[in-house]
Structures are given as C-alpha cells and as structure tokens.
Design a protein around this ligand. Structure first.
Ligand code: COI
Length: 384
C-alpha cells in the first residue's frame, strides 16, 4: 500500500459460523432464577487483531474461554460490557429494548479503554441470531426477560500496558426474573463519603469492568451498616451522582405546588443509562403533550441538574421531598425510602406499593414498552 491507510475488516455477519451445542440443557423453572446465574446453550464470539481486524463471528456452545495468563484483560482490566434485555410475548414474538443505544455506548466505552470499535448494526444482527437460536430460554412470565451481556476484552499476550493488539468480543445470555419478585421493596442507601465511584476526567460515564470491582467493598461496608446500596456522592458539596450500579432521580415539590423530576447531568461522571434516558423521554413526552401518561401530574418540570445532599435533606425536613429512585436495566426502577447521611437517617416518602406519584406512571409506560404491550419504536423485533 502506498501512502493509503489499510482498512481492516469490520464485523461481518455474512461470515457467521454456527456450531450447535449437542448437549442442550433444559431451561430451569422461572421461579428458581437468580439474577445472572444461569446461561443459555450458546454464545457468540468475534475475535479481533490489529493486523487482520474483525475475524469471522462464531456461535458456539456456551463454555470456558481459552486465555493465556498474560492476557491484558487479566492484569489491567481491559474489559467493557453492556447489559440489555430481550422479551418474549405470549405469541412467542421476541423483541429487544432500544438495543442501538447499547451498541453506541459499547463503542464509546471501547474507545475510552483503547479497545477496538466495530459496526454496532453488524453486532446487533449477530446478537439477534444468537437470541433466535436460544429463544426458548426466554421466560414468558411478566417481568421476566433474557439478560444479554455483550463483553469486549483485551487478549494481547503481554504484561506491558498499551492498546491491545488482540481482543475478543463475546456475548452470553442469561434468563432473568423480576428484580423485585414480590412487588417493589424500597431500599435504604448509605450516603458514602468514604469512597468515590467516579471523578471528573475519570471513567464513570463508561460501562467498563474497572468501574465495578471497586464498588463491591463499599457495598459490603454499606450492608454492614444496615443499608442495601451506596449513594455515591461527589465533592465537598456532596452532589448525588448514582445509586449502587444505577442512575438516580429525585422528585421535589416546588413552592407553587408543582413537581420537579431531577437527575444529575451527564457531566462525565454519570453513566448514560438507557433506562435513565427512557425515564427522561417519557416524562418530557408527558410534559410536551406528545404522549400523556395516566395519573401523572401536568404540573411537572424535568431537569438534568446537579443536586446536593443539603438540598435533599432540607426538602425531607420541609416536606417537599416527594420521592427518590434508582433506574437501571436490571431493576428498571428501584424506590428508595431512607438515606443514611453523616450519622443520621433522611427519610423519603414512598406510597403503599413502594413507589411514588412520578415513578409509578413512568414505570408502567416503560415496562409496557419493554414487554411490547404498549407499541413503540423502542421495541425492536428479533423474530417476526
Ligand atoms: C443495571 O442494569 O443496573 C446494571 O448496571 C447491573 C449490572 C452491573 C449487573
């Protein structure tokens, strides 16, 4: 090649090789599912190298990967992942929820840790094929789904730190039940001042493995003090950022009696959650009149702005704190009823079913769109 950059092959669905699992497992009863503990019969793998680009994708039996102990992922956490859900309706039709957003975010995470990029539409086509092969694993009961976990790891056989010259993209699938099988149970949060999840210029806005392992010890610490999750705070002002592995929302009642739904802005420390984006979209569609949600106040404003603990604390004391909840793919909406903060508990109202007046109508519309009982272009067909 003279002076031209060689263009390496992208992911090519037309080169897919399928080797079927000859020892199929029976999917377990839905009631016995524990989140992320059971995997389907097949997985997708797509190797990459800096010399030959993306090689032929394979769907093969789910099983152990062969990695050299020197693989960079095992030393420097060169790993990123996504979480997305596929649903199966009563007629057997399978859909994915807003999967294009996962593909875009995965590429953005890959860039942040110097892993290779890829054509998101091509990967999505392969993920759909994997889901079609294992579709009998998708539980049909309400609130159940197939949790799809695309992952990309650096596999260069070297302990030097650099962009890896080899990588492996793989996708595994796990049938899951509702996060709260017996209805919503509000959780208590520990307002963490001892540890940070993310900092300006760091990696909080990306779904990289390295963001998650350091949260496990603080979670144990919070549990030890009697709280289920950490409320991650930032800076001396104690800005609220995220809840455990979820984005967060808070609802205030303003002086004129109207409501404000607030979530922290995407300032580089906040994961651009797909559930976060969906909650904001639904609330804004309600406010604009594009799609009114039943039982949601019309006197609502939607804000992406910083919130401090002192704002939450004084709202709780004055009775203007309406609700606070986490949002994520796994739990969808997770109401909060208490925050332990600097030695005292801040109480947050919840209604009888555990939810609040803003989260309930939004949750109803969201799960309807996810399950396909409410039609929308967020639900993407996998089978016809
Ligand atoms: C979520 O969907 O809330 C997550 O990020 C969960 C995952 C890390 C298990």
């Amino acid at each position: 090649m003279t002076g031209e950059m060689m263009v390496l092959p992208d992911i090519q669905p037309n080169l897919l090789q399928i080797s079927r699992n000859t020892k199929l497992s029976p999917p377990p009863p839905s009631k016995s599912l524990v989140f992320g503990h059971t995997f389907t019969d097949h997985m997708l793998t797509v190797p990459w190298s800096s010399i030959s680009g993306w090689s032929a994708p394979q769907i093969e039996p789910y099983g152990p990967l062969r990695l050299e102990p020197s693989s960079t992922v095992l030393h420097y956490a060169q790993t990123i992942f996504e979480g997305m859900k596929a649903y199966r309706d009563d007629n057997g039709k399978v859909t994915l929820f807003r999967p294009g957003m996962n593909m875009n975010r995965m590429n953005s995470s890959a860039t942040r840790v110097a892993l290779p990029n890829f054509n998101g539409d091509a990967l999505l086509e392969l993920i759909k094929e994997l889901i079609r092969i294992d579709k009998h694993w998708i539980p049909k009961e309400p609130g159940h789904s197939l949790y799809v976990r695309p992952t990309l790891i650096g596999t260069q056989k070297a302990v030097g730190i650099s962009p890896p010259n080899e990588a492996l993209l793989f996708v595994i699938c796990s049938p899951v039940g509702p996060y709260y099988p017996n209805g919503f149970k509000p959780i208590a949060l520990y307002g963490t001042t001892e540890y940070v999840r993310a900092a300006p210029g760091g990696t909080g806005a990306y779904k990289i493995g390295a963001n998650y392992a350091p949260g496990v010890l603080p979670q144990k610490f919070a549990a030890h003090k009697g709280y289920q999750q950490n409320l991650w705070l930032h800076g001396p002002e104690h800005y609220l950022t995220e809840v455990g592995t979820m984005n967060m929302f808070v609802v205030f009642k303003k002086e004129d009696g109207s409501l404000e739904l607030v979530t922290p802005p995407l300032d580089g420390m906040i994961l651009p959650g797909i559930t976060r984006d969906s909650v904001l979209d639904l609330a804004r569609e309600h406010v604009s009149g594009k799609k009114k949600l039943a039982n949601l106040s019309d006197k609502l404003t939607v804000s992406e702005r910083p919130v401090t603990m002192s704002e939450v604390k004084s709202a709780s004391l004055s009775g203007s704190l309406v609700e606070l909840f986490g949002s994520g793919t796994a739990a969808v909406i997770s109401p909060v009823d208490r925050i332990g903060y600097l030695g005292e508990d801040i109480l947050i109202p919840t209604e009888e079913d555990g939810m609040g007046p803003v989260s309930r109508p939004i949750w109803k519309e969201l799960v309807g769109r996810q399950m396909g009982t409410i039609e929308s272009d967020w639900s993407v067909p996998v089978t016809q």
